[in-house]
Design a protein around this ligand. Structure first.
Ligand code: SF4
Ligand code: SF4
Ligand code: SF4
Ligand code: FES
Length: 980
C-alpha cells in the first residue's frame, strides 16, 4: 500500500495514521498537539493537509492506499498558519527568558518552522493565577495553549483522571478535579502532564529560574525584558527574536547535562534522561524508555533529592565504643579485610556471610558473590529477593522452567483479561499499572483483582475477590478444577505442552467450589463467573506480588497460579503468561547474577560439579560445593554462634527483614559487621565499619527490570564527597584479601559475566547503548526473548509441568488475645521504609508518616477515629501509630504501610517463612489493638491525593471544543477562542 505525499510515493502500513506517514517521509508539517504515544488529540488544527482536495487533520486521519496528500498547498499552508496564530493568541513568546527554551519547545520550534514573523491574533492573558500549589510543578494558564496533551495523558495514559478542560467556559483552561487547586486535587504527581506539555505552561519547579542564563532574574526585571521583546516585535519580527533565543538555548547546552538513566525505585524499569546543572537536578525527562515511554510515577519523576541530601555518607566510619569516627578509605578497607581474614582463619569461611543490594547494579551483585565464593570461599550469599520474590521464582521453576516474567509489559497490555492477585499494582508498580488501567478503560480489557484491600485496581476491577487471608491457593485451585472438570480447559495445549496432568487433576480433588467458598468466603457464583471469564478471554496474564509470596504457602500459591495458566493454555503467545511483579529496580538482576546461596550467575547450581569446574577455571580458585545460608538462615546462624561476620551493601536489613527485634538482636551479636550504604541507615547502627557508597546517578552499570529487561545507566554526577561506586569498594576489599581484580569499568565486569552465563551470553554494553535493551535469555548473537516461551518450556523435553500443591493453614492465626489480622505493603509515594523518598521534601509534605488503616466497622466497635493513636502488639513486638478510618479495609483486617523507620511494621511480623524458600510470612500477622486515648490530626494531610475527586472522561473531549460557537475549522472562517 502506498500514498503520495507532495508528489512522492510513500509506503504505508494498514491502520497507520497519516501524520506518522508524513513524518516518516521526511516532510515537515506543524503538529503541536500530536504526540505519538498519546495518539491524535485533534485540538490544535496545525497539522491540516489536503487529501484528495479536502482539508483534513493529518493526525486524525488514517492513511489509505492511493491517497494523494499535499502538505503545503496554499489552502493547507493557510490553515496551518491560522491554527498556529490562534495558539500564539494564548501564549507569549518570551523564549530567551523562558526555562523551557532548551531546543525542544514545540511552540518555539513551530514558530520557527512556519517562519512566523508577526501574529494576527494578539496575545491575551487569561483571567487566572499561576497555580503553584503542587510541590513539584506549576501551571501557568497564561502560557497554556489548550492543546490538551496533559489531559489526554492524565485521563487515558496514566488514567488518574484528574485533568479536564472546561471547553464551554468563556476562558477555557486546564482543570484539576474540575477546578480544585492542584495541591488539593487527586493529582498523584506522576508528572505525565508536565512531560508531555509542549511548552512552559506546565513545568517542573526544579527548572524554574535554573535552566536559562536570564531566567533567574527577579520578576520585575524579567517582565521588563518581556516588554522590550514585545516592543521590538512589530519592527523586527519573530525571526530575529527567535534567533537570539536560539543562541541562548545553544549556550545552555554547556551547562545542562542530559544523562540517560534507569529508575532506582521499583522493578518496572522506567528509563529517562535526567537533566543536571552541576549537582542540581533540573528535571527527569522520559521519552523513549522501552518499558515506560513518557511515563513515570512520583518517585521516578520527582524523587531524586536524596542524592544531594546533607545526610549522605561521604566518609568511611569506624566504630569506637558506642560511637563512630571518620576514617580514611585506606584505614577502613584495611580493617575490613584484616577482620574478614582473621575470622575466616579462626572459624572458617562459612562463618562469614554476604548480602547484595537489589538497588545496586548487576555488575555489583556479580562482584559480591565472586568475593564470597572465590575470595572468602563460602556460598553464604543472598539478596532481598528472599524477602519477596523467591517463592514466585520457585513456582515458575517448578512449572515452566525460568524464574522470570513470561512476557513484557506490552503483553500485559494486550491481554484479554488481567488477573491481579495480592498486588497493590497502582501503588507498587505504578507505571505498569497505567498500562492495565489504560487497556481496561480504552480497550475493554477485563480485570479481576483478588486482594484483602480494596486498592485502586480492586475498585476498577470487573470482579473484586476478597478471600480470607492466606487462602488464594484454594480459590485458584478450585477455579482450575472447575475448568478441568467442565471440559473448559485447553486440552490441545495440555496434551502438546504439559506433563503430569493425571496426577495433578487427582491432587485437585479437595478443591471443590463448596470447599473454596467456605474457606475463602467467596460466593460460588463469583467463582463460577471468574472461571468463565478466564476461559472466555482472549489471552490471560496473571500478575502477583507480595500478597501471594509473603505467606507460608508463597511458593505453592505461585505454583497454583502457573498451573491455572497451563490448564487454560495461557502461555506461549502474546497477551498471556505469568508476571510476578519484581519489587526493587534490580531484584531480578541481583538473583540473575548469582547473589544467591545455591546459584552461580544465571541460576547455575553451585552443587553441579561441571558448573563449578567452569567457574573454578575462570576464577582460578577452588569453590565450595554446598549451598550456603540464605538471609533468613543467616539470622538464625548468628543467634546460634555459627556466623561471626557479615558484609552487607545497600540493604536496610534490620527493619525490612521480618521480626525486626529478632534480626536486630542478631546483628548486635556479630563479631564484625561491614555496612556499605549511602545513608546512616538503621542497619548501620549495628556496624563496625561503614563504607560510603554512591547511588545510581553517580555510577555506571546495568539493571534488570521485572520484564527481564537489561538496561544501562550512565553516570550523571560525580560521587559525593569521598563516596564511591559499590563495585569499586567491593573490588578493593577483594584485592586486600589477596584477589587480583583489575576492573576499571563495569563493562569489563560484564565481559566476564557473559561467557560464564549462558542466559546472558550475548549481553554487551554496545548492545545496550543508550535506550537499547535486551530481555534475557540473550543468545550469543545478541537475539533476546521478549516473550519467554515461544518454541518450548525450559525443561529437557521442552514441556511444562503441572505441579500439585496442597493447602495448609496459615501461621500466626488470630485468637482471643491477638484478634486482628495485620496486612502490610507499600505506598505510592514512598519506597519501602522511605530511606530515599523521605529525603524529598514534596513527598514528605504529601505523605509525612505511616499509619494504620482501620475499617469503619472496627473503628465504630473500638471507638477509634481518624488520627487516634493506637498501639499494635503482635506476638513479636509492638508499634505506636495513628489510625486512618477507610473502607479500603474490611472488618477485622488492618493495613499498615511500610514507610516508617521509627515504628516499622516489621517489629510486628514473625519469623515464620514460606516452607520452600524461607521468605518471611510477613502477611500472616495477628495483632491486638489498644486505643491510647490520644487523637491527633489525620496522619494523611488534606493535600494528599487520596482526598481528591477525579473527573473521569475519555481524554480531552475535543468535540466539545468543536461545538463552541466561536470555533471554525481553520481554512474556512477562523475565529479563535476568546481569552479575554
Ligand atoms: S496525576 Fe497529576 S501529575 Fe499525573 S498526569 Fe494527572 S495531573 Fe499530571
Ligand atoms: S498545560 Fe496542557 S493544555 Fe496547556 S499547553 Fe500544556 S499540555 Fe497543553
Ligand atoms: S518507581 Fe517504578 S514506576 Fe515509578 S518511575 Fe521508577 S521504575 Fe517507574
Ligand atoms: S497535531 Fe493534528 S490537530 Fe494538533
Amino acid at each position: 500500500m502506498s500514498a503520495t505525499i507532495n508528489g512522492r510515493s510513500q509506503a504505508i502500513q494498514p491502520g497507520e495514521r497519516l501524520i506518522d506517514v508524513v513524518n516518516r517521509s521526511g516532510v515537515e508539517i506543524p503538529q503541536v498537539c500530536y504526540h505519538p504515544q498519546l495518539g491524535p488529540i485533534q485540538t490544535c488544527d496545525t497539522c491540516m493537509v489536503e487529501v484528495d482536495g479536502k482539508l483534513v487533520r493529518a493526525c486524525g486521519t488514517l492513511a489509505a492506499d492511493g491517497m494523494n496528500v499535499v502538505t503545503s498547498s496554499p489552502r493547507a499552508d493557510a490553515a496551518q498558519r491560522e491554527a498556529f496564530d490562534r495558539i500564539l493568541g494564548n501564549h507569549l513568546l518570551y523564549c530567551t527568558v523562558c526555562d523551557n527554551n532548551n531546543g525542544n519547545c514545540t511552540v518555539h520550534n513551530t514558530t520557527s518552522l512556519l517562519h512566523v514573523e508577526h501574529q494576527e491574533i494578539p496575545y491575551k492573558p487569561k483571567p487566572y493565577e499561576v497555580d503553584l500549589s503542587n510541590p513539584f510543578y506549576r501551571y501557568d494558564p497564561d502560557q497554556c495553549i489548550l492543546c490538551g496533551r496533559c489531559v489526554e495523558a492524565c485521563q487515558n495514559l496514566q488514567v488518574n483522571e484528574t485533568l479536564s478542560i472546561n471547553w464551554e467556559a468563556p476562558h477555557p483552561r486546564v482543570l484539576w478535579d474540575g477546578g480544585a487547586p492542584i495541591g488539593e486535587s487527586s493529582c498523584v504527581s506522576c508528572g505525565h502532564c508536565v512531560t508531555v506539555c509542549p511548552c512552559n505552561a506546565l513545568m517542573e519547579k526544579s527548572m524554574l529560574g535554573e535552566a536559562g542564563y536570564f531566567t533567574s532574574l527577579p520578576k520585575p526585571a524579567l517582565n521588563g525584558m518581556i516588554d522590550v521583546v514585545k516592543g521590538v516585535e512589530p519592527e523586527l519580527g519573530y525571526g530575529s527574536i527567535l534567533q537570539i533565543s536560539e543562541v541562548e538555548a545553544a549556550m545552555r547546552e554547556s551547562h545542562i547535562k542530559r544523562t540517560k538513566t534507569v529508575c532506582t525505585y521499583c522493578g518496572v524499569g522506567c528509563s529517562f534522561d535526567i537533566w543536571t546543572k552541576d549537582r542540581h537536578i533540573l528535571k527527569v525527562e522520559p521519552a523513549h524508555g522501552p518499558a515506560n515511554g513518557v511515563s513515570t510515577c512520583i518517585k521516578g519523576k520527582f524523587g531524586w533529592d536524596y542524592v544531594n541530601s546533607p545526610d549522605r555518607l561521604t566518609k568511611p566510619l569506624i566504630r569506637e565504643g558506642d560511637a563512630f569516627r571518620e576514617a580514611s578509605w585506606d584505614e577502613a578497607l584495611t580493617l575490613a579485610a584484616r577482620r574478614f581474614a582473621e575470622i575466616k582463619a579462626a572459624t572458617g569461611p562459612d562463618s562469614l556471610a554476604f548480602i547484595s543490594s537489589s538497588k545496586c547494579t548487576n555488575e555489583e551483585s556479580y562482584l559480591m558473590q565472586k568475593l564470597a565464593r572465590a575470595v572468602i570461599g563460602t556460598n553464604n550469599m543472598d539478596n532481598c529477593s528472599r524477602y519477596c520474590q523467591a517463592p514466585a521464582t520457585t513456582g515458575l521453576f517448578r512449572t515452566v522452567g525460568y524464574g522470570g516474567d513470561s512476557g513484557s509489559i506490552s503483553d500485559i497490555e494486550n491481554a484479554g483479561l488481567v488477573l491481579i492477585v495480592g498486588s497493590n499494582t497502582a501503588e507498587s508498580h505504578p507505571v505498569l499499572a497505567t498500562r492495565v488501567k489504560r487497556a481496561h478503560k480504552m480497550r475493554g480489557q477485563k480485570l479481576i483483582v483478588s486482594d484483602l484491600r480494596e486498592n485502586e485496581m480492586a475498585r476498577r476491577a470487573d470482579v473484586f475477590l476478597h478471600p480470607r487471608p492466606g487462602t488464594d491457593l484454594i480459590w485458584l485451585s478450585a477455579v482450575t478444577r472447575y475448568i478441568l472438570d467442565n471440559g473448559l480447559a485447553d486440552q490441545a495445549f495440555i496434551h502438546k505442552w504439559v506433563n503430569g496432568a493425571g496426577e495433578y487433576e487427582k491432587s485437585l480433588e479437595p478443591f471443590t467450589f463448596e470447599m473454596a467458598s467456605q474457606r475463602c468466603g467467596i460466593p460460588i457464583e463469583t467463582l463460577t463467573k471468574v472461571a468463565h471469564m478466564i476461559v472466555e478471554a482472549d489471552g490471560v496474564c496473571i500478575l502477583w506480588a507480595m500478597g501471594v509470596t509473603q505467606h507460608t504457602m508463597g511458593s505453592d500459591t505461585s505454583t497454583a497460579i502457573s498451573n491455572l495458566l497451563l490448564a487454560t493454555g495461557n502461555y506461549m503467545r502474546t497477551g498471556t503468561g505469568a508476571y510476578p511483579l519484581r519489587g526493587h529496580n534490580n531484584v531480578q538482576g541481583a538473583s540473575d547474577h548469582g547473589a544467591m546461596p545455591n546459584f552461580f550467575p544465571g541460576y547455575q547450581k553451585v552443587e553441579d560439579p561441571e558448573i563449578r569446574a567452569k567457574f573454578e577455571k575462570a576464577w582460578n580458585v577452588s569453590l565450595p560445593s554446598k549451598p550456603g545460608l540464605d538471609n533468613h538462615m543467616m539470622i538464625d546462624a548468628i543467634h546460634d554462634g555459627r556466623l561471626k561476620a557479615m558484609y552487607v551493601f545497600g540493604e536496610e536489613m534490620s527493619i525490612v527483614d521480618s521480626n525486626a527485634n529478632y534480626v536486630g538482636d542478631a546483628l548486635s551479636k556479630l563479631d564484625f559487621f561491614v555496612m556499605q550504604e549511602i545513608f546512616f541507615s538503621e542497619t548501620c547502627r549495628f556496624a563496625d565499619v561503614i563504607l560510603p557508597a554512591s547511588p545510581s546517578l553517580e555510577k555506571e552499570g546495568t539493571f534488570t527490570s521485572t520484564e527481564r529487561r537489561i538496561q544501562r545507566l550512565y553516570q550523571a554526577l560525580e560521587p559525593l564527597g569521598e563516596s564511591r561506586p559499590d563495585w569499586e569498594i567491593i573490588q578493593d576489599i577483594a584485592n586486600r584479601l589477596g584477589a587480583d581484580w583489575k576492573y576499571e569499568h563495569p563493562s569489563q565486569i560484564y565481559e566476564e559475566i557473559a561467557p560464564l552465563t549462558p542466559m546472558m551470553a550475548g549481553v554487551t554494553y554496545e548492545r545496550l547503548e543508550g535506550y537499547k535493551s535486551l530481555q534475557w535469555p540473550v543468545a550469543e548473537d545478541g537475539s533476546d526473548q521478549p516473550l519467554l516461551y515461544t518454541k518450548q518450556f525450559k525443561f529437557p523435553d521442552g514441556k511444562a509441568t503441572f505441579f500439585p500443591v496442597p493447602w495448609s493453614e496459615p501461621t500466626d492465626q488470630q485468637d482471643a488475645e491477638f484478634d486482628l489480622h495485620l496486612n502490610n505493603g507499600r505506598l505510592l509515594e514512598h519506597f519501602h521504609e522511605g530511606n530515599m523518598t523521605y529525603r524529598t521534601e514534596g513527598i514528605r509534605e504529601k505523605t509525612p508518616c505511616t499509619f494504620v488503616e482501620v475499617s469503619p466497622e472496627l473503628a465504630a466497635d473500638r471507638g477509634i477515629q481518624t488520627g487516634s493513636w493506637v498501639q499494635l502488639t503482635s506476638r513479636y513486638g509492638k508499634v505506636r501509630v495513628q489510625a486512618v478510618i477507610t473502607t479500603r479495609v474490611h472488618g477485622k483486617e488492618l493495613y499498615m504501610p511500610m514507610n516508617s523507620v521509627d515504628e516499622p511494621v516489621n517489629r510486628l511480623t514473625s519469623s515464620h517463612t514460606d516452607k520452600v524458600t524461607h521468605t518471611p510470612a510477613y502477611k500472616e500477622t495477628s495483632v491486638q489493638l489498644r486505643v491510647l486515648g490520644e487523637t491527633g490530626e489525620n496522619p494523611l494531610p488534606p493535600t494528599n491525593s487520596r482526598f481528591g475527586h477525579p473527573t473521569p472522561q475519555n481524554g480531552v473531549e475535543v468535540e466539545r471544543k468543536w461545538k463552541r460557537k466561536d470555533y471554525r475549522e481553520p481554512g474556512n472562517q477562523l475565529v479563535h477562542i476568546q481569552t479575554h
